[in-house]
Design a protein around this ligand. Structure first.
Ligand SMILES: NC(=O)C1=CN([C@@H]2O[C@H](COP(=O)(O)OP(=O)(O)OC[C@H]3O[C@@H](n4cnc5c(N)ncnc54)[C@H](OP(=O)(O)O)[C@@H]3O)[C@@H](O)[C@H]2O)C=CC1
Ligand SMILES: O=C(CO)COP(=O)(O)O
Length: 334
């Protein structure tokens, strides 16, 4: 569906990569970068040297630091800012959002304090109904995609037509979008795999091997599924690209910022030292508290995520994470 006029809000590694995906699929894409110098670099040099070094962006890509210029006349608006900053960013978007525009979350976090998913924050702050909201999630490490290595994603919306319209635009020869109506499962899949990737990073940093990691990934998927299903997700969604697919990609790659943050913790750096060293967004570090609060609310046990929280708090030594995979003396399960 070439020629659709779309906007991407956020020019970090994922926003810029997603803008490239859309432009390479034939869309007319405008990107909003909060820093004018980054907008200028994308617009004039077709580069984003801070976030995607060495990547040439499509010639058609346009960028500005002015929201009004970027949003004018856009039929689809993709949002990719750090989750904890979404609500404050949307205040300026509401008045400028074109009538009938579909809004797509590319983010993988839960808001601290309120514990809302990103699609819920979009609905609340933009005054847009769920039929005009979609979420995108899957095994999507930005730099691999920017290098045009093939992958796939799920586009979910409560409205099947909305998901289909977005998926048609967010598809190109190296990126395939599948359609789903399970927004909760698709969104929580992306949030939860980040937390398991932090756990994998921790045991990697400690120096444990493949058995430990395979145990954490397998039990982590069970934990992700129990949690998401308790909130109304379909278990199948967690077995698909937005769950297992993303879990494999993120747990297996040093490109993952969540995995990297975990590795630093496993090597003995404290939470505050890790924050200082990270120059990109590791959403799992912010989502761990709201996810555990939600789990408590629904009575879902999350032993791996709980241990990640304890390592972050400094109350559990990283080397002790694996033996406590469950506190149940006789655990049932696969
Ligand atoms: N990178 C990836 O591989 C993938 C990321 N995601 C998700 O995409 C979302 C965005 O992450 P990603 O692009 O990777 O992050 P990055 O750290 O690469 O970039 C963050 C971007 O957000 C901007 N930003 C930072 N703070 C604020 C703020 N308070 N208000 C507005 N903009 C801000 C930064 O601008 P500045 O440069 O000016 O600081 C930058 O453009 C996350 O939810 C992540 O989970 C999903 C799939 C893949
Ligand atoms: O979501 C991602 C891959 O699908 C990116 O993971 P990180 O945020 O850990 O880099």
């Amino acid at each position: 569906m070439s020629g659709q006029r779309v906007a991407v809000l956020g020019a970090g590694s994922w926003g810029t990569t997603f803008a490239k995906i859309l432009a390479d699929g034939g869309a007319d894409v405008a990107v909003w970068a909060r820093r004018p110098e980054l907008a200028r670099e994308i617009r004039e040099s077709k580069r984003n040297s801070d976030y995607l070094p060495g990547i040439n962006l499509p010639r058609s890509l346009w960028a500005s630091s002015r929201l009004d210029e970027v949003l004018e006349g856009r039929e689809q608006v993709y949002v990719s800012v750090p989750s904890q900053s979404l609500r404050e960013n949307l205040a300026a978007v509401r008045a400028l959002l074109p009538d009938d525009a579909v809004v797509v979350s590319l983010m993988k976090g839960v808001e601290k304090g309120t514990r809302f998913r990103m699609s819920e924050v979009l609905e609340q702050e933009l005054g847009v109904g769920p039929e005009r909201i979609a979420v995108a999630s899957g095994p999507n490490l930005a730099l691999e995609i920017a290098r045009e290595q093939p992958t796939a994603a799920v586009i979910a919306s409560e409205n099947h037509d909305t998901a289909t319209r977005v998926a048609l635009v967010a598809t190109n020869p190296y990126f395939r979008s599948f359609v789903n109506t399970d927004v909760i499962g698709t969104e929580f899949g992306g949030v939860l795999k980040n937390l398991i990737a932090v756990a994998i990073g921790i045991v990697d940093g400690v120096g444990y091997g493949e058995n430990t990691k395979a145990s954490i990934i397998t039990r982590g998927l069970a934990e992700m599924t129990d949690f998401a299903v308790a909130f109304g997700a379909q278990a199948d969604t967690l077995r698909g690209l937005a769950g297992l697919g993303d879990l494999i990609a993120t747990c297996g790659s040093s490109l993952s910022r969540n995995n990297t943050a975990g590795r630093l913790l496993g090597q003995g750096y404290s939470f505050s030292e890790v924050i200082k060293q990270m120059n990109q967004t590791a959403e799992g570090l912010s989502s761990v508290a709201p996810v555990l609060e939600l789990a408590l609310e629904r009575g879902v046990e999350m032993p791996i995520v709980s241990q990640v929280a304890e390592v972050l708090a400094g109350t559990l030594a990283p080397r002790d994470i694996a033996p406590h995979l469950t506190t149940d003396p006789m655990p049932q399960g696969e």
